[in-house]
Design a protein around this ligand. Structure first.
Ligand code: SF4
Length: 394
């Protein structure tokens, strides 16, 4: 193990639109590489250019808290900050020693910015009190990844991460503290824990912790070092499964996705089990509407609605077209806001509210029904329910 202490050039990576998966406009990565060492981690894929041994040569961005303390006061464009990404975990084992994530919490609390963390580690519980204070200021959301219930699988495929039981206890502790939580049940491992009975056991255990949603997902295996290491692990564990994997991933797609048939079958199994829990498949509107500014929340909502309606067999071409137009509009007004530093901090929010109120959004979306829907949300504070697909009181 050779920890690499590096000087990060900046603390926050910012987008022009919120990321649909994390709902965040900003990403903060205290480390690069990850000692959890998940055998399927796609951060190992060549695409991400993580040099050296992914789980041993982890970069520690020790100066990140200082950078963050300097950057936050200059930040005018409000949006959620996410900790954790595909190529690192902010609460991986090195965090015990270096405490880079923990040292970021002071500046976050001080500035009252909304934050979310995605992790596979119970270490996040060490900072529960600080996250509670951040939640009371700008809002905090914890997303915990839990991929199964069988510890033997966890030891083989996620050797450096917390046990499943510890992760469930952590979710319960945060929910009991009044913090919103969600679960990422991904990746479900093909032929190992993605059958209906395993999914049912996992979703049942997650629901008991008080999560607000369960986001399931299958596994991608990008050709190259990610796929090679994973198949080597499966070979040592249950060699008889290798032929099944070779068939499911025979297409060797650059995205690493399995065959369409395998993905569709997994989706059906997850949907059936999720229905039994009564929970939505992603962070619901009622939750992110409290964390995001309204212009970003509306963007996330349009994209989620396209998925929700398409799953029910409704043609979503008009919705996607409206969402594309809205994205272009939001990028343009956000670009203007960022260029003109003399504009007041609330300018972007006010710009959106005016567009809704004064019917500019009708022409942006080119869809009067959607513009009326936006009005219900922005002006009456209503939320879209992901289960009934109807507007509801917040
Ligand atoms: S916790 Fe996430 S980033 Fe870390 S090894 Fe596992 S999948 Fe990769």
């Amino acid at each position: 193990m050779s920890d690499k202490i590096v000087e990060a050039p900046h603390a926050l990576r910012r987008g022009i639109l919120p990321d649909q998966f994390t709902r965040s406009l900003y990403a903060c990565a205290p480390y690069r590489g990850c000692g959890h060492g998940c055998r399927y981690c796609d951060g190992r894929a060549e695409k991400y250019y993580v040099e050296g041994d992914f789980e041993r040569d982890v970069e520690v961005r020790d100066n990140l808290p200082d950078l963050l303390a300097g950057e936050l006061p200059r930040l005018r464009d409000r949006g959620m900050i996410s900790f954790g990404s595909g190529v690192t975990d902010a609460y991986q084992p090195l965090e015990k020693r270096y405490r880079v994530t923990e040292r970021c919490l002071g500046p976050l609390e001080e500035r009252g910015w909304p934050v979310m963390a995605i992790t596979k580690s119970a270490l996040v519980r060490r900072d529960l009190e600080a996250w509670k204070r951040i939640d009371g200021r700008g809002g905090f959301h914890l997303a915990m990844t839990v991929t199964g219930t069988d510890e033997e699988h966890r030891r083989r495929f996620e050797p450096g991460a917390s046990t499943y039981a510890e992760r469930l206890e952590t979710l319960s502790a945060f929910a009991a503290a009044g913090i919103s939580t969600g679960a990422l049940a991904m990746p479900l491992l093909p032929f190992i824990n993605d059958d209906a009975a395993s999914i049912s056991a996992l979703f049942g255990a997650l629901k008991e912790t008080g999560v607000r949603y369960i986001m399931p997902g299958g596994m991608t295996l990008r050709p190259g070092r990610q796929k090679d290491l994973y198949l080597e692990t499966v070979g040592a564990f249950r060699a008889e499964l290798l032929s099944e994997y070779l068939l499911a991933y025979a297409e060797n797609r650059p995205s690493g996705a399995p065959t369409r048939a395998a993905s569709a079958a997994l989706r059906r199994r997850c949907s059936a089990e999720l229905r039994k829990t009564g929970l939505p498949w992603t962070m619901p509107h009622a939750l992110y509407a409290k964390l995001l500014p309204p212009h970003d929340a509306f963007r996330v909502l349009l994209r989620d609605m396209a998925v929700l309606y398409s799953e029910r067999g409704v043609s979503v071409a008009p919705l996607n077209a409206a969402a594309d137009r809205y994205d272009e509009w939001l990028k343009a007004v956000r670009g203007e806001f960022r260029r003109r530093r003399s504009l007041p901090e609330d300018w972007l929010r006010d710009r959106y509210m005016n567009a809704v109120e004064l019917e500019e959004l009708d022409s942006v979306l080119d869809n009067a029904k959607l513009a009326a829907f936006a009005k219900e949300i922005a002006l009456k504070g209503r939320v879209f329910d992901y289960l009934s697909l109807a507007l509801a009181e917040a």
